[in-house]
Write a protein that binds this ligand. Sequence first.
Ligand SMILES: [Mg+2]
Length: 109
Amino acid sequence: MSDLEQVIEELIRFRNERDWEQFHNSKDLAIAISIEANELLEQFLWKKEEGADRERIKEELADVFLFGLLLVHKHGFDLKEILLEKIRINAEKYPVSKSKGSAKKYDQL
Ligand SMILES: [Mg+2]
């Protein structure tokens, strides 16, 4: 079992022990990802980067990933496959020849 499969198994055990699957529809999981992403943003609000609390950053980042994993599991996606596929798509959108050193969006390259 890969490390990632182990994490998902532990996460599903945590969820099932609390009978929370009933609340985990796709819409609410997507909303939860967004809320946790905003909690992550909050760690940086009105601070310089070095002023943000690393422990809180870790916690909120983990929350984002955990809700993401619940959505991955719900839809039976292969996480490694969808991540590698998206990197491939991004590589097409952002060819090195046009995007190296540039922060422009792909449609403005
Ligand atoms: Mg949180």
